[in-house]
Design a protein around this ligand. Structure first.
Ligand code: ADP
Ligand code: MG
Length: 329
């Protein structure tokens, strides 16, 4: 425990750092004293954590606090978070959110456990999914048609799509799969700049193989998952990320349509093999039936169908996608 300012007794030495933290420091990750950070407000939360905004030495930061620590799986949570930090620490790209370091405290959530947290670059605009919601709200108050919103935003969306493809191409070059690409995991720095974030499900694949050999310890975003990963989770490749990229572009060009919203009711209570079929059929939707706030432009629709090719080898690579998306201008 820290002594209070009025206490006459000397401050006791801090307890030794847990092993997973000293390992990360050894690997070059910056350790930040928790007391140097001032948490101010909640920025958002996901399936695995809550992210707080605050300051560290007058610098704005975002601090990711894992959830699930009060359950029996605390060790697993820390193991996953350690992997997420290792991935982030190895990345340096203009369209990937930057890691500043890690911190930890003994009494953030409850007194029994130490909590490691990720300190990263603060991104003012929040997630792309919330950015799309804002666009939709503004449009409706100004009585704009969704078609006119889409026309005015098209260039901007293509730019976002290009930047996401660049970040994903870079991940592939680093032998990484993201596995959770979705607008909720893309952050909006400015109206012309986005960064890919949330490496909580990211995995390294072996040098000579194009898949990673991990077991499935976490929930996975099935509505963004390619068919091969629904059947064989260990077959996740960059081409499976391409499928999720297609879903992300669809979210973008339909101003935040969420596949969970359409698919959730369809698959409820169904056995696994039927769920697989329903998901695969859904993405083959003809253009006029694919749920969107207004008809998708034909060339966008064609690009999506290419990303949703059943066989991974038939999908474009992120390098192809960078070229293809610029032809949509
Ligand atoms: P989870 O692994 O639980 O899904 P995320 O990393 O996706 O956690 O973060 C959850 C949410 O917190 C995001 O959707 C976004 O709204 C917000 N968020 C995350 N990182 C930042 C950041 N660096 N700056 C601003 N907001 C952030
Ligand atoms: Mg997330």
């Amino acid at each position: 425990r820290e002594s209070t300012a009025s206490s006459p007794s000397p401050t006791p030495p801090p307890p030794p750092l847990p092993e997973h933290i000293s390992d990360l420091i050894q690997k070059g990750v910056c350790y930040i004293e928790y007391k140097e950070i001032n948490l101010e407000r909640e920025l958002g939360s996901g399936h695995f954590s809550t992210v707080w905004g605050g300051t560290w030495n007058d610098k704005q930061v975002a601090v990711k606090v894992p959830s699930g620590l009060t359950t029996g799986s605390a060790d697993l949570v820390m193991k996953d978070l350690t992997r997420e930090i290792e991935v982030m620490a190895a990345l340096d790209h203009p369209h990937i959110v930057k890691l500043y370091g890690i911190t930890h405290t003994h009494h953030f959530v409850h007194s029994l456990k130490t909590v490691m947290m990720v300190v990263m670059e603060f991104v003012e605009g929040g997630s792309l999914s919330s950015h799309l919601e804002k666009i939709k709200r503004t449009a409706s108050t100004q009585r704009e048609t969704t078609q006119s919103v889409l026309t005015s935003k098209k260039l901007n969306f293509i730019q976002f799509g290009f930047q996401i493809a660049e970040a994903m191409e870079y991940l592939g070059q680093n032998k990484l799969v993201h596995r959770d690409l979705a607008t909720r995991n893309v952050l909006v720095v400015s109206p012309t700049l986005v960064k890919v974030s949330d490496f909580g499900l990211a995995r390294q694949f072996k040098e000579d193989k194009n898949y990673y050999p991990a077991s499935q310890s976490k929930d996975v975003p099935i509505y963004w998952f390619a068919p091969e990963c629904l059947q064989f989770p260990q077959r996740f490749t960059n081409k499976s990320d391409v499928w999720s990229y297609g879903v992300t572009l669809w979210e973008l060009f339909s101003l935040g349509s969420n596949p969970r919203g359409y698919l959730g009711p369809l698959i409820q209570g169904k056995p696994a093999n039927e769920i697989f079929k329903i998901l695969v059929e859904f993405y083959k939707m003809p253009k006029n039936r694919l749920p969107a706030v207004s008809p998708l432009p034909q060339n966008v629709y064609e690009l999506l169908q290419h990303c949703w090719a059943f066989h991974p080898a038939d999908r474009p690579s992120f390098t192809d996608l960078k070229d293809k998306i610029t032809t949509l201008y």
